[in-house]
Design a protein around this ligand. Structure first.
Ligand code: AMP
Length: 277
């Protein structure tokens, strides 16, 4: 496994890797969710590249950029064990050299949900992913459904900018008790970790209501909210029942739905979602 930080090294090694190359962009502090993407890339491609970069431009001024967990040595050991061919771990200076002024903005699908709560977040995400794609030149890229809106935004960007990259959106990996895996779970105290189960529990309640025939968006949202509100350590930022493609909020009758949420447990902001169809 080659580990590189500069663009020059990256380009040199990239040329030696057989196509199709599968690419998994990450912010590091890897868990089984990330590794599931690596395994999907291994299964579908001749070679696999992973990037590790905590992208400053997708964090808001009051967000957790400085505190974001990092452990490069551990990440590299995990990736080596998966048989990854190339790891690119650039510095912020490599990605955003002095004088940097070029941005990718996806307009409509970045407005609701996470985009509404985290202004500028998806401008940072789309820009860094476009830059990573340009540098790594993969034929396929692997993202998690955990970040449902991110997946929609990247799909839109790839289509709109004619990027010759096949996108794979992989299922959410969960702990045995249901908590969606996230690097940010490490912020949770033991009591908060227990309380955080309310997110997946509320989605399960939504799924049960849907399976019992509920097709009214407001009523479905209420079924989810009532579970969340019963947990004293949880503070709901938003719960949404949206169209899975346009991400527009649903009202009244619907057929398919993306239920998504952001919930604070203590100071930690957690997201989770489910698509019902
Ligand atoms: P991050 O390091 O948080 O930027 O995540 C890198 C990639 O891993 C993104 O495509 C995420 O959607 C994906 N990912 C994160 N958590 C999970 C999870 N629990 N299951 C599946 N994919 C995930």
């Amino acid at each position: 496994m080659k580990v590189v930080t500069t663009l020059e090294e990256l380009r040199q090694i990239r040329q030696t890797l057989p196509n199709p190359l599968g690419f998994v962009p990450t912010m590091g502090f890897l868990h089984e969710g990330h590794l599931s993407l690596v395994r999907a890339a291994k299964a579908a491609c001749q070679s696999v590249a992973v990037s590790i970069f905590v992208n400053p431009t997708q964090f808001g001024p009051s967000e957790d950029l400085a505190a974001y967990p990092r452990d490069l040595q551990r990440d590299l050991a995990l990736l080596k064990a998966e048989g990854v061919d190339l790891v690119w771990a650039p510095t912020p200076e490599v990605m955003y050299p002095e004088g940097y002024q070029t941005w990718v903005e996806v307009t409509e699908v970045t407005q609701p949900l996470e985009g509404g709560m985290r202004p500028g977040h998806f401008k940072g995400v789309a820009t860094v992913v476009a830059k990573l794609f340009n540098a790594v030149q993969p034929q396929a890229a692997f993202f998690g459904q955990k970040d449902a809106q991110q997946a929609v935004v990247i799909q839109r960007m790839v289509k709109d900018l004619n990027m010759p990259i096949e996108l794979h959106i992989c299922p959410i990996m969960r702990e045995a008790d249901g908590l969606a895996m996230s690097s940010r779970n490490t912020y949770l105290s033991p009591i908060e970790r227990q309380a955080a189960l309310v997110l997946s529990r509320s989605l399960k309640a939504g799924k049960s209501a849907y399976e019992a025939g509920e097709r009214n968006a407001e009523k479905l949202k209420q079924a989810v909210l009532s579970v969340l509100e019963a947990e004293p350590l949880a503070r709901v930022q938003y719960v949404s029942c949206a169209d899975p493609n346009s991400l527009q909020e649903l009202s009244g009758a619907f057929e398919q739905v993306l239920i998504s949420m952001a919930v604070y447990v203590g100071k930690t902001r957690l997201i989770d979602n489910i698509v019902l169809k």
